[in-house]
Design a protein around this ligand. Sequence first.
Ligand code: ARG
Length: 264
Amino acid sequence: MGGLGKMKKWMSITLVSILAAAMLSACGSDKNEGNNAGGAAGEEKVLIMGTSADYPPYEDIDVATNEIVGFDVDIANYIGDKLGYKIEVQNLDFDGLLAAMSSDKVDFVMAGMTPTPERKKNAEFTDIYFDAKNTIVTKKGSGFKSLEELAGKKVGVQLGSIQESAATDAGNLEVVPLGKIPEIIQEIKSGRLDAAIIEDTVATGYVAANDDLEFNTIPNEGESGSAIAFPKDSKLVKDFNDVLKEMKDSGKMDELVKKWFEKK
Ligand code: ARG
């Protein structure tokens, strides 16, 4: 091999090792339940939390800092702190969260997500950490108080949510699934949707911020409440459950509930 050939070979080896190093450090954000645990001493273990930051007070983008904040984020950080993980939050559409976890793009999902039998086929959930009810959000004065009253109406729901299932199961609504909650709110305000089905604590915030809207709580059908999702057989479920229990016992959970649900 001539000088140039050797040079080329050397360069490609160098390139390969640079690439390998880059890949290694990219994997540093351990997608496989803290493989970093076995990493070099002092190295920080990272867990990536997938969420859909359109769901205040669970998770929302703080316009001042552009950071994702909320009840879920505080809980995740508290648990991460106890277990020795730094939590990195990734904002995705709600509908894509469990798929992102299956393909290892995120380590766990925390998004006010309800553990349904369907979701449990591909994920393992912690205990429920907060309960919720569904509501009908409409323009003020519409007065819809049950799914029956919405027969034939255009009803917005978040794509892939239990609210979408509830609306579809009602059988007689024109269900309009959308990616993010603010889009649904906008469509009601502009009159393109007659109503939406949204969780009570979340509806409260959007209605408070839009005085042309109102909401009415409807009875629960099926599962409700939020839990944290992990890949099947993840060892972290037990660790997270232990800390969730400690948070309930110590009053930490109440403190966060007060902070996020009883503000204003
Ligand atoms: N609790 C509902 C569900 O599990 C809706 C959750 C939506 N969460 C969000 N971050 N947008 O389907």
